[in-house]
Write a protein that binds this ligand. Structure first.
Ligand code: NIG
Length: 422
């Protein structure tokens, strides 16, 4: 099969007329509310790449359809570029629904963590899970993401917390990259929590991360990024600086879990170290926004965990009004967001953070791609980009995709120019 030709598309979403994939690779501030759409469109994907698109009046293939082309009639449907989910923790073992009950009874995320629940609970489950079984569980989640319309994903370690178990997680990430059509970026997050045996000796665990884990990750080429949970009760600014210094020394780009529970200094540290993203940002104000505005660091908001932890949402409107870009991600993980559906995350972004549907779509496509260094290839419909799209069931508009937030609206997924069979 040499190509896929999609005709009569009700709405072709996120078309960027940049034939050579040039032009700005993300949108910020007021631009975020501009979502380029072609009504009644066609799209041709050939040999894995987007070859052409346009309104049906310009359809060039009425008589002359290339041999071997699969034709799909998308009447009444939307075609989106596949979503780019730039923050997940999908390598985990088992689940933590008992903490769900604790939470309902009134315990906070921090209190659950302090009692040995939370991340440490997942770490002990993962340490006792063989690598193949961990891969099997992760593969189920990866397929779930594909069904939701995701085509590119960042996946973190951080439930291993020993040298061997962190490497085990990252090898699983590598297998997911090899065995699925997803485009995958891997992040080493050894600094996700301080293991029980290092309690009271936190700096020794940071030594282990800096001296053993990061060098091994780099040597085995297991990740592109290094992340730190910079938060009271987890890792300090000084710990974060040591870890990010080691990351840079080994050619790995920083990321930071920043300002989720408090004004942690994580944004300042991330920006100072040239982080590709700072993520969460529920607790930010003018100081953090101004710093971000003068940087190349993408703010990533994770409304699924804010919802699940019942906290105040990140101030998206303030950030956009100051000209900042925003990426949205699922934060799929067993503790603060056991969900990976970006349709739902966009709904939360719109209802709870007052982002417009256009802003939300930009945040999970173009900006999500930029947040993984992938916007040269993914995140929009542009000639030469990878043929990653999905076709919806019949729906009146892209806004409907967010509005009808529990309806399974993804009908056909195409990744790397091929229809995915799951
Ligand atoms: O991004 N905040 C830190 N990490 C995850 C939660 C992980 C967990 O509770 O297992 C998050 O929310």
């Amino acid at each position: 099969m040499s190509g896929i030709l999609i005709e009569n598309i009700g709405q072709l979403i996120q078309v960027r007329q940049d034939p050579q994939k040039t032009g700005k690779s993300y949108c910020a501030g007021q631009e975020m509310d501009g979502l380029p759409v072609i009504n009644n469109a066609w799209l041709y994907i050939r040999e894995g790449l987007i070859d052409g698109f346009g309104p049906m009046e310009t359809y060039p293939y009425r008589e002359d359809i290339p041999v071997g082309t699969k034709i799909i009639d998308a009447t009444g449907r939307c075609v989106f570029p596949s979503f780019c989910d730039c923050h997940t923790h999908i390598v985990f073992s088992g689940s933590r629904e008992q903490e769900f009950s604790d939470k309902i009874r009134g315990l906070t995320y921090r209190e659950i963590a302090a009692r040995g629940g939370g991340i440490l609970n997942s770490a002990s489950l993962l340490q006792n899970t063989p690598e193949d079984e961990l891969y099997r569980q992760t593969m189920e989640r990866a397929k779930e993401l594909i069904r939701f319309g995701t085509g590119a994903v960042e996946i973190k370690s951080g439930y291993g917390l020993t040298v061997e178990d962190e490497m085990k997680m990252l090898r699983v990430v590598r297998r997911i990259a090899e065995e699925t059509p997803l485009t995958v970026k891997a992040t080493f997050l050894g600094a996700h929590a301080v293991p029980e045996k290092y309690k009271g000796r936190q700096s020794e665990y940071v030594d282990l991360i800096v001296e053993k884990m990061i060098p091994q990750v780099a040597q085995e080429n297991l990740a592109q990024y290094v992340d730190v949970f910079c938060e009271t009760g987890f890792f300090t600014v000084a710990d974060t600086e040591r870890i990010l210094t080691a990351a840079l020394k080994h050619g790995l780009r920083p990321k930071v879990h920043a300002n989720q529970m408090d004004f942690s200094g994580g944004v300042q540290t991330g920006v100072a170290y040239g982080a590709i993203t700072v993520d969460h940002l529920e607790h930010t104000g003018p100081e953090e926004w101004d710093l971000l505005a003068g940087s190349d660091t993408m703010p990533v908001l994770l409304p699924g965990s804010t919802f699940y932890l019942d906290m105040d949402y990140a101030p998206a409107r303030e950030m956009i009004s100051r000209g900042l870009p925003i990426a949205l991600a699922s934060n799929y993980n067993p503790g603060s967001c056991p969900a990976g559906n970006l349709q739902f995350m966009m709904l939360l972004a719109c209802l709870k953070m007052k982002m417009t549907p256009a802003e939300a779509v930009n945040a999970v496509t173009l900006n999500g791609a930029h947040a993984m260094d992938l916007s040269f290839n993914l995140g929009s419909i542009a000639v030469g980009k990878i043929g990653n799209v999905f076709i919806t069931r019949p729906i009146p508009s892209y806004e409907y995709f967010i509005y009808a937030f529990t309806s399974p609206l993804v009908e056909t997924t195409i990744l790397n120019g091929k229809i995915t069979e799951l």
